[in-house]
Design a protein around this ligand. Structure first.
Ligand code: ATP
Ligand code: ZN
Length: 206
């Protein structure tokens, strides 16, 4: 039987729990930081280690059959992939936040303001829903320092505990979307025996 390929995050917040989940499913594989692809010894599966942002695209194009990635990344990349299973880890919320002394108190106050984010696609559709016209400043990281530097009036960023916001003098005032890690699959995987076995094992681990 042909091996399936699953893409997981190479390093970062989802890496360890993704590896642990697969190990808990009884899969036997080496997890060297240096190798980008590894074959499971006792199951028809190969594991690809990728940047999380690239995972939905690999699955959409069918280069990987499966992937484990945050819902926030799936939405941001607007990828056409199938949701197979919620995994219960990597929980976080994309929130709007402003400096503690800001006059912005609620969503409608964002009209005409600028917002820094690494999630322009999700933010744009959120603002459209609320009929808010704001200037989206897309930056790839360290979003929390943008208001202090004068780049933006507000930020839209991923929050789990809120500690980073607080230590940068920011307070959250609205939730944009919540997210957790999801097992995604490419089109055309229906009734695949390897997938069915893996799904069963994942569900019993969860
Ligand atoms: P990569 O190098 O793979 O691109 P990254 O820096 O984009 O990694 P991480 O910070 O490792 O991403 O976060 C991966 C995912 O973990 C996020 O997309 C999100 O779904 C989830 N997550 C959970 N809690 C947090 C948090 N506090 N901050 C950021 N992401 C979080
Ligand atoms: Zn990333």
């Amino acid at each position: 039987m042909k091996n399936l390929k699953i893409a997981i995050q190479k390093s970062g917040r989802l890496n360890e729990k993704s590896v642990q989940l697969l190990k808990n499913c009884g899969l036997d594989f080496e997890n060297y930081k240096s190798s980008l692809i590894t074959t499971v010894a006792n199951f028809n599966l190969e594991i690809l280690f990728l940047r999380d942002d690239d995972i939905p695209g690999y699955v959409e194009q069918g280069i990987a059959d499966l992937g484990i990635v945050g819902e926030n990344v799936i939405d941001e990349t607007a990828s056409k992939v199938n949701y197979l299973q919620r995994l219960g880890f990597g929980k976080c919320t994309l929130k709007l936040a402003v400096p503690r002394d800001s006059a912005i108190k609620e969503i409608k106050d964002l009209n005409g303001k600028s917002i820094a984010t690494s999630y322009p696609v999700i933010l744009k559709s959120f603002l459209e829903e609320y009929k808010i016209s704001a200037d989206i400043q897309t930056i790839s990281g360290s979003v929390e320092i943008a208001p202090g530097l004068g780049l933006s009036d507000a930020i839209c960023d991923i929050v789990s505990t809120g500690g980073t916001l607080k230590s940068n003098g920011l307070k959250p005032f609205a939730d944009v979307r919540s997210s957790e890690a999801i097992l995604i699959g490419r089109d055309g995987l229906q009734d695949n025996e390897i997938l069915n076995e893996l799904l069963q094992r994942i569900q019993s681990v969860l």
